[in-house]
Design a protein around this ligand. Structure first.
Ligand SMILES: [Cu+2]
Length: 128
């Protein structure tokens, strides 16, 4: 190998190193859609988003509300594990007034959810 081609390889390596981007921490990610929770339930209850988009649930009620994947009581409809009562789509506790639960949907499908503390309140999120 000639000196010239070795130099070129070194330059190529330097170039690729400067092109790396720093991942944005999850905590600073901005939500694409906000769903408010009131005494009447989720608003909007049913939405359509694209794969990889982030939804934030915000409690606007004085009572606690706990968004979680359907189906109560197994909560396993959303296909990734890692939450507290079933799937990873799980706030893991009752949200207080003003508190947010932020979740990024990386699975395509129509995902029903409910308020784990009041199962008469529910909605669905279509991920395309
Ligand atoms: Cu539940």
């Amino acid at each position: 190998m000639s000196v010239v081609s070795v130099s070129f390889l070194l330059l190529a390596c330097d170039y690729s190193a400067t092109q790396q981007t720093t991942p944005v921490p999850q905590s600073t990610a901005k939500a694409d859609v906000t769903i408010e929770i009131t005494n009447d339930g989720f608003n909007p209850a049913s939405i359509t988003i694209n794969k990889g988009q982030t939804v934030e649930f915000v409690n606007r009620d004085s009572a606690l509300h706990w968004p979680a994947s359907a189906m109560h009581p197994t909560h396993s409809e959303y296909p990734t594990t890692g939450g507290c009562v079933g799937s990873s789509f799980d706030a893991c506790h009752g949200l207080q007034n003003g508190e947010k639960f932020v979740f990024t949907f990386d699975q395509i499908g129509t995902w029903k959810y409910h308020d784990h503390l009041n199962i008469t309140k529910f909605g669905s999120i279509e991920v395309k």
